[in-house]
Each structure stands twice: as structure tokens, then as C-alpha cells.
Write a protein that binds this ligand. Structure first.
Ligand code: GRF
Length: 210
């Protein structure tokens, strides 16, 4: 499959995906001048920058986004720090082939600054979620989740480091599983695994208490 990664920030997940040789044919950024663009260039991956201000509304934005994805013959999309909600048309065009990574155990703490939200709330466990994208905001069927413990002595900075470490390990694994059709979104909207649960558990168990 040809993957596009949708970005808008530092690009650390993009680097993790590229380092694991995910077949990424395109990077789309919703912001110019971000670290993710430099990382794409370092790996020789084409970049398209589509900023919000260039388009009157989400419909126009997403129409150009879909045209761009089709121009590069993209089959599947991994979102990593792309702070734009996709329209129904875009989700429908790629349903079951768009995933997102979110730095909390959804459905807790959706939206921006999830690590900080969880930390300020005082949770003892938070984590990372990879899910299929639907029309909602950080909703959609959950593919994998990994918990991260928050000790009373853990600082916000330490928690951020721990969460990102999990992200960088987990996301390439899930994207590879999707790429090999080891996990698919069923017609009924449920996750179907075509590899053993032991294998899935082995990635996740390797991440406990990082
Ligand atoms: C990650 O924490 C991801 O979970 C969230 O946005 C952040 C992107 O970071 N959706 P990076 O640009 O990949 O470093």
C-alpha cells in the first residue's frame, strides 16, 4: 500500500514510521515550516503543504486534500499531529484505511494537549491509542492501546517522554499490521485481526511500564 502521513508538528512519529521503512509516498502538512517537513525532506519523501488559510472552508480544504492524495495514488493514511478534522467525504473515500495516533487512553482526554490534560487531572494511568478515523473527533474503532503509569513523583516532562516513546514503538507496528492486512475494519465497524492475539499482545506487553 502507498501511505500518506498527515502532519503538522515536530514529526517524531513520522520519523519513527520512516525509520521502520513504512512505504510512505507523501507527507501532507497543514502548517509550513514545521519539523515534520524537514524530516520528510531528509528521507526524500515528497511534501505538500495545505494551510487552512488558503481555503474558504473545510469542504474546499478537504477536496484539495483528496485530489492531492489521489494524485500520488495514496491507498492509506496515517495521521500524526494533523490538527484538522476530516470531512465525511474524505473519511468515506478512505474508510478503514485512515488511522490516527492519540496520546491518551481514548475515550479519555480527546482533543488538544491530551498528555497535559491527563496529567493535570491526576490520573494514575494514561497511555497511547491508535484508532481508525471516523467523522468524530478522536473517535473511531480502537486498534491498539498501551497504558503508561503516572507515579505521584512523575513530572509532566517525564510523562511526555514516556508517552512519545510508546508512540514511536507502537505506531510503526500498527501501520505495518494494516499494510499487511493483518488488521482490518470489518463491515460491521469492528476490528478484525488476522494475526494471533499472542503476536499483538507481544508488541504491547513489551511496552508496559516504559
Ligand atoms: C503526537 O503526540 C500524536 O499522538 C498527536 O500529535 C503528536 C504529534 O507529534 N496526535 P509528532 O509531530 O509526531 O512529534
Amino acid at each position: 500500500m502507498k501511505w500518506a502521513v498527515l502532519v503538522g508538528g515536530k514529526g517524531s512519529n513520522l520519523r519513527a514510521l520512516l525509520s521502520q521503512e513504512t512505504p510512505i509516498a507523501l507527507v501532507v502538512s497543514h502548517r509550513s515550516g514545521v519539523g515534520a517537513i524537514a524530516i520528510a525532506e531528509e528521507f526524500g519523501v515528497p511534501v505538500e503543504v495545505l494551510t487552512k488559510g488558503e481555503y474558504p472552508d473545510r469542504q474546499h480544504y478537504d477536496r484539495v486534500l483528496r485530489q492531492t492524495l489521489h494524485r500520488y495514488h495514496i491507498d492509506a493514511i496515517a495521521m500524526a499531529g494533523f490538527l484538522r478534522w476530516l470531512t465525511k467525504e474524505t473519511v468515506d473515500a478512505f474508510r478503514g484505511r485512515i488511522v490516527n495516533i492519540h496520546p491518551s487512553l481514548l475515550p479519555a482526554f480527546p482533543g488538544l494537549h491530551a498528555i497535559e490534560q491527563a496529567y493535570r487531572y491526576g490520573v494514575r494511568w494514561t497511555g497511547v491509542t491508535v484508532h481508525f478515523v471516523d467523522e468524530g473527533q478522536d473517535t473511531g474503532p480502537i486498534i491498539a492501546q498501551v497504558p503508561v503509569r503516572v507515579d505521584p513523583s512523575t513530572s509532566l516532562e517525564e510523562l511526555e517522554i514516556a508517552i512519545h516513546k510508546v508512540e514511536h514503538y507502537l505506531y510503526p507496528k500498527v501501520v505495518a499490521a494494516l499494510d499487511h492486512h493483518s488488521v482490518v475494519l470489518g463491515e460491521d465497524g469492528k476490528i478484525e485481526w488476522h494475526v494471533s492475539q499472542e503476536e499483538v499482545r507481544s508488541w504491547i506487553d513489551g511496552l508496559y511500564l516504559v
